[in-house]
Design a protein around this ligand. Structure first.
Ligand code: P6P
Length: 327
């Protein structure tokens, strides 16, 4: 039986008496934008959208044309959803606030429109990551950032789309994690991974080992032990360099993904609000764990919308073992 992501979202909403279908309306804006992005990615080589757009974004990274397109698609589709009060994008230094009548605009959304974009030109998986908060009307007038500077535990929903051999959307609203594969024949995301569960342990570790010598000692000792074999298991190293792809493998196969503090990024490279938090929420909903090297990602109180964090994320066995290493 085919279950589309729209049907699934509505079924999930039925679990909340009094839910008015607002969240499903909002999520349909995201799925629409990702279909627009997917269609561009599928034909990237043919549409001369490869290569830098000649601009640099707030991160100082050369903006790829697809980055710009993906950001515009999300801003447009979500801007059309009257229950969205504000948006934060990796591509925009400041939040985008939408002029809604004060009673409307229930949600604040943060997203990374096209993560791993440096892989676009070599046809390697890229992804979209999003995280949704309910805004606090009391704060709206003083500081729009306050709506998204909330610990990840407060997320109403979170998800990602990985654009690869197939395009898969995974999302959670707090009742488990669910995966949907885009069926090009009907243009709909169809349920393909019902109630995703991350294996309790895996046989992969994933880190950029070119910087191994500069990792903090506890990361180096931990990885050295995994290389030797851990709890009787041999480990292989897998690193795609596209967070969404490395995460998607981890949620399906288990194991651990690590982005430690490095000399160039002593506070970690990955972004808390629109990379670590949404993936941590999904990882925990699938039975996995996500920490910043010490503390649970979802409990971090953010102070800046673009702040970074170290990330150790994956199966219970591997992340628990990492925590045992004294930092
Ligand atoms: P490094 C891609 O640019 C990205 O933001 C993530 O998708 C990925 O996990 C990470 O950076 C890769 O960083 O330093 O290993 O190239």
């Amino acid at each position: 039986m085919i279950v589309t992501v729209q049907q699934h979202i509505l079924q999930q909403q039925k679990k909340y008496p009094g839910a008015r279908g607002n969240l499903s309306w909002l999520l349909s804006g995201i799925t629409l934008a990702t279909k627009m992005i997917e269609s561009k990615i599928r034909r990237a080589g043919l549409l001369d959208v490869l290569g830098a757009a000649g601009e640099t974004n707030v991160q100082g990274e050369a903006q790829q044309k697809l980055d710009v397109y993906a950001n515009q698609a999300l801003l447009h589709c979500l801007g059309m959803r009257d229950n969205v009060a504000m948006m934060v994008s990796e591509e925009n230094e400041e939040p985008i606030t939408l002029d809604r009548a004060d009673g409307d605009g229930e949600y604040a959304i943060v997203f990374d429109p096209l993560d791993g974009s440096s892989n676009i030109d070599v046809n390697v998986n890229v992804g979209t990551i999003f995280s949704i908060f309910r805004r606090d009307p009391g704060q709206f007038k003083m500081d729009p950032n306050a709506h998204v500077l909330q610990p990840g535990l407060k997320q109403v929903a979170a998800g990602y789309v990985v654009y690869g051999p197939s395009t898969v959307l995974v999302y959670t609203t707090g009742n488990g994690a669910f995966g949907f594969t885009l069926d090009p024949a009907i243009g709909a995301y169809v349920l393909s991974h019902d109630n995703l569960k991350m294996p309790d342990y895996g046989t992969y570790y994933s880190a950029n080992e070119s910087r191994f010598d500069s990792f903090p000692a506890n990361y180096r000792e931990y990885i050295a032990d995994l290389r030797e074999g851990f709890e009787g298991r041999e480990y292989s190293s897998r690193y795609i360099g596209s967070l969404v792809a490395d995460f998607h493998r981890t949620i399906l196969k288990g194991g651990v993904f690590l982005y430690p503090p490095t000399p160039s990024h002593p506070g970690g490279k990955l972004r808390l609000l629109y990379e670590a938090n949404p993936l941590a929420y999904i990882a925990e909903q699938a039975g996995g764990m996500a920490i910043d090297g010490k503390n649970r990602i979802l409990e971090i109180q953010p102070t800046d919308i673009h702040q970074r964090t170290p990330l150790v994320l994956g199966s219970k066995a591997e992340v628990t073992a990492f925590q045992a290493w004294k930092a």
